[in-house]
Design a protein around this ligand. Sequence first.
Ligand code: NDP
Length: 367
Amino acid sequence: MLHATRFGRQLLTSGGQWARSAVGLSTHCKSLVLEQHGCPEEALHLKETELSSELLGDHDVLVNILAAPINPSDINTIEGKYPLKPALPGIPGHEGVGTVVAVGGKVTRMRVGDRVVPIEHSQGTWRSHGVFHEAHWYKIPKDLPIATAATMVINPPTALRLLEEFVTLQPGDTVIQTGATSAVGKYVIQLAQQRGVHTINIVRDRSSRPEVEKELKELGATVVCTAEEAPGALEVSGLDRPKLALDCVCGPAGTAVAKLLEPGGTVVVYGAMSKQPLSIPPHLLIFQDLRVRGFWLTGGYAQMKEGWKVKEQLADRVCALFRQKVIKPVPVDCMPLEQWQDALKRAKEGFRDCKVLLTNYPEDACV
Ligand code: NDP
């Protein structure tokens, strides 16, 4: 559940009074607080308080959060439309990166100065500082740029698992995907190319289409087209029909990619950006044995026996892929936490071609 942490909850309820009574290291903290679900620009407000490291539990760490993205799931959570329901009031933000500034007496996994990312969802990363249980955060190499680290625990692992868990792909195979301009889509392109797998990438038409096509092809896309163009583009390309369709849009685009699959092919639905249902013509199910599956990163971890271990292994793999330059991070638009309303508006724009990050570092910092 999205929740204010133990420390976060005290911050919300006792605020300044608590800060005055605390002894020891005191940190000025800014948080975006959600009181009631609703439209994010109206449902949140910025709260400033003092945090004291004296109140750290034995296994707690005080983290200075440097940057946190605004992901579609954050918006859905604030609106109350996501399966993870926050305890209110709470602080949104499932992903981000920070530096450890204080540790409890029995903390073993990290030290002051370490760079850490949340390995557990719903940590409430849209704030400058927070106290968290050490088991919920994971140490990463310090040389990973802040913007890369802030966006590494959701989208790159999703792309890896989408390509690895549903269909066994061989070099020369084809994958088709909707939402190819999304962060997940861009990692799918790069990881598929690394495996010698071709990608057909569905984008929405736009005035900047040539630039978008150029960007995706530079990442390794084989074909970039709209949903309407896809049948013709597949024919011209000479590629085999796709074994796997990855759909984060649904609506007509989802139907279009399902129709192009080879018999027995698999559609994996992992998002619904169009906010429309997915319609699959019955003949594809009856005569072509099309398989339709769903994917949810967080829910999947929860069902695994040692989901935490899988998360850590994936985080290590993703760090290595970035450091070895096998995958390139997605472009970001960084906006200070104080400009959260503008940042939210920007994050909700279509055709934005970048991830919006809420930041807490000086303007001249190297990200
Ligand atoms: P980004 O914020 O990077 O990109 C958003 C994408 O959605 C863009 O490709 C954008 O296309 C597209 N889009 C926005 N509005 C619409 C619309 N009305 N119709 C069609 N396409 C639209 O997204 P992420 O990479 O962070 O996430 C992509 C999707 O994957 C989301 O739905 C997200 O919830 C889901 N996801 C699911 C996970 C899971 O575990 N199931 C894990 C991670 C992500 P355009 O460029 O044309 O605007």
